[in-house]
Design a binder for this molecule. Structure first.
Ligand SMILES: [Fe+2]
Length: 453
């Protein structure tokens, strides 16, 4: 932990303290951010996210259309894969993979598996979809050495899911259990700098994948560039943080409790774990009980049949452009967004971020329903979609971070991970602005009432 919990006396304790064994939330204002650089293996970045579905073609195309991410590669019957259909979407460094099983009897009859992803398991995939609906199976990170990452993780308590497998002597893949049925997948390349811009996905992605047929890739782009954070919902935060921190060595990067956000209505406690370079950010939430409204985390856990991935935050290089494009498609197969805050939110925004955003940008944020928050280092623009599938479970966040530009050892400018935070301030600002807005409506109702004698 960043701080010895026992020495901290504060008003920010978690409302429900199942967080006691060597771990205790201290609250946002008491949290001291440090980077002890304690990773147990060398971590580079998020590599891809894999969704398990019952029909990959349809889900991949819907996400491609809604997020402006071209389908760039495939591994399916047309490439000789009898086991699973997989389609890869890419925008900048963000890769989404959609995988579904083919016929169970054909898969069972195969002597030698033709699966491009050798960790794929047909019956596990089917029961996964039955239990969770459309959901994320794997968060993949590129590491320097997947074999080492796997053995270090298992030596420090990780439950193995798949031992390291050598892929054509080009890459290694290994998996350990994360939370629920989600795995943390390690990928490393024999050639440490795969040529990302070549047209051969078996060199920059995974062997067994082929480019889409010539002319079939529609050059769509809404400005989404990479994955910022991947958030999990778990029934109890403390043991899960201990587990993940234990085998990865990741450090505590940020946290907030239900009390921090100025209202008990949010119903969650949260902790963010980060890799040494703070480019892999893994927040986790637990529900808080005893509040007026049921915790949204508890709702998720019930509908998802347990722990799982709650949301993926995607970085846009221009959130206004991304939102204009996404909103145009909301009603025709794209993604819908949560209701926009009332006008009072944007009136207060000038006071909060008037030094960072121009009046025109604040106006555009209001038109598009974008929320803005800041921390001691930078500013965060964010917006959330409604759940992407049938169940009130997984959703997507689009963000843009402003500020915190640093230079690395070679003088290359980069943005510090997590710049501007994760939107904690928006909870209280939203509730405050909704209250103010409701008061203005009440005032209107009173003035509209007929005068009585
Ligand atoms: Fe987020």
């Amino acid at each position: 932990m960043g701080k010895d919990a026992e020495t901290v006396s504060n008003g920010g304790d978690a409302q429900v303290s199942n967080s006691t064994q060597g771990f205790k939330l201290v609250g946002f204002s008491n949290f001291v951010r440090t980077n002890p650089k304690t990773d147990r293996f060398a971590v580079k970045r998020f590599h891809h996210v894999e969704f398990w579905c019952t029909d990959a073609t349809n889900v991949a195309r819907r996400f491609s259309w809604g997020l402006g991410m071209p389908i760039v590669a495939k591994s399916d019957l047309s490439t000789g894969n009898l086991s699973h259909a997989s389609y890869l979407l890419r925008s900048g460094h963000l890769c989404f993979l959609f995988t579904a099983p083919y016929s169970p009897s054909i898969a069972a009859a195969e002597n030698l598996t033709s699966a491009a992803i050798p960790t794929f398991n047909s019956s596990a995939c089917r029961s996964f979809s039955a239990a969770h609906g459309l959901a994320v199976r794997s968060i993949a990170i590129e590491v320097e050495d997947a074999e080492l990452a796997f053995s270090a993780s298992v030596a420090h308590g990780a439950k193995p899911s798949s031992p390291p497998i050598n892929l054509d002597d080009r890459a290694v893949i290994a998996e350990v259990q994360l939370y629920g049925d989600v795995v943390l997948r390690y990928i490393s390349y024999k050639n440490p700098n795969p040529p990302e811009n070549t047209s051969h996905p078996d060199s920059w992605f995974l062997p067994g994948f082929e480019s889409m047929d010539e002319g079939s890739v529609f050059p769509v782009d809404f400005g989404i560039r990479r994955l910022d954070h991947a958030v999990g919902n778990v029934p109890e935060l403390a043991p899960m943080i201990e587990y993940v921190k234990g085998f990865t060595g990741f450090h505590e990067f940020a946290e907030f409790t239900a009390e921090d956000v100025g209202t008990s209505e949010s119903g969650l406690n949260s902790m963010v774990l980060a890799s040494n370079n703070e480019m892999v950010l893994l927040p986790m939430n637990e529900p808080v009980f005893g509040t007026k409204r049921k915790s949204q985390i508890q709702t998720y856990l019930e509908h998802n049949e347990g722990a799982g991935l709650q949301h993926l935050a995607l970085v846009s290089e221009d959130i206004f452009r991304t939102l204009r494009e996404m909103r145009r498609r909301s009603g025709v197969g794209g993604f819908e967004f949560m209701p926009s805050p009332p006008p009072t939110y944007y009136r207060n925004l000038k006071k909060r971020v008037g030094d960072v955003l121009s009046d025109e940008q604040i106006k555009e944020a209001e038109e598009l329903g974008i929320l803005v928050d800041r921390d001691d280092q930078g500013t965060l623009l964010q917006i959330f979609t409604k759940p992407v599938g049938d169940r009130p479970t997984i959703f997507i966040e689009i963000i843009q971070r402003v500020g915190c530009m640093l230079k690395d050892d070679e003088g290359k400018v980069y943005q510090k991970g997590g710049c501007g935070g994760f939107g904690k301030g928006n909870f209280s600002e939203l509730f405050k602005s909704i209250e103010e807005y409701e008061k203005t409506l009440e005032a209107k109702q009173i003035s509209a009432e007929p005068a009585t004698a």
